[in-house]
Design a protein around this ligand. Sequence first.
Ligand SMILES: [Zn+2]
Length: 284
Amino acid sequence: MSAQVCVLASSSRGNATAISFDTSGRFILVDAGLTPRGVRSALSQAQAVGSFHTLRAIFLTHLDRDHWSPAWTRQLNRAPVPVVVRAEHAEMALRLGVPKHCLRAVRGRFALGETAQAEAVEVPHDDVGSTAFRFDCESGSIGHATDLGAVEDCLIDAFNGLDLLSIESNYDLALQQASSRPWFLKRRIMGGRGHLSNDESAAAVARLAAGGTIRQLVLLHLSIECNRPAIAVEAMTAAVPALAATMVVSKPFEPSAVLRVRRMQENAATVPADLAALASSPLR
Ligand SMILES: [Zn+2]
């Protein structure tokens, strides 16, 4: 049994990552910035429809347009699955079209049926913050952090002992400063509540990789205008050379390969089965 991760798209034009915790074909989405049709087409482009055929839940890091497409409202009314948000985002989620009967507002750590545990961690982003998610299942631990202006100690603690880490590496400082973007936008992005630069992301990954468990690294949400994959890879390779060989750089409009997650640590996390299983529903 192995968990699988496929980044379907990652940029300010739309973000979505599919994760399955076993080989049943049931999967979750982290962010739904692609339309349901976009998700289907990315899965088929990745030749991953077999591994990810039944959507069981959507986890939203936050409600910006590139992470939540309003096209999901209709899909969810027709084929409801839980939409998981941090409690502080619940009101906004309802306002932006998440059907009330789908909404699950969470705090901290919670069980995902019998197959996995999840944890929602607040990270600084604009006024309302974004949410980093940690998932633990039998075959490994996965961390997903995007749209964060800074990496605080609480995130480093929450992401301890991961096997696969997906984290944004949004911009190159020099390209950002030289860009024609208005000063208020640059200040928003670089001011600690926007996005992580390549160097900030690399510093965070170095801290997280010090534990020695991370075997796969995925760079998310590279700015199309103010970053280049080669520059991001160079910064990351300098900080964590051991991960260079397996590093994956997500693309704005193209899915990644399907990445298999295997646990490095001897003691697999035990997953409590005390909470109700999340509903599942085919992705039509
Ligand atoms: Zn974003």
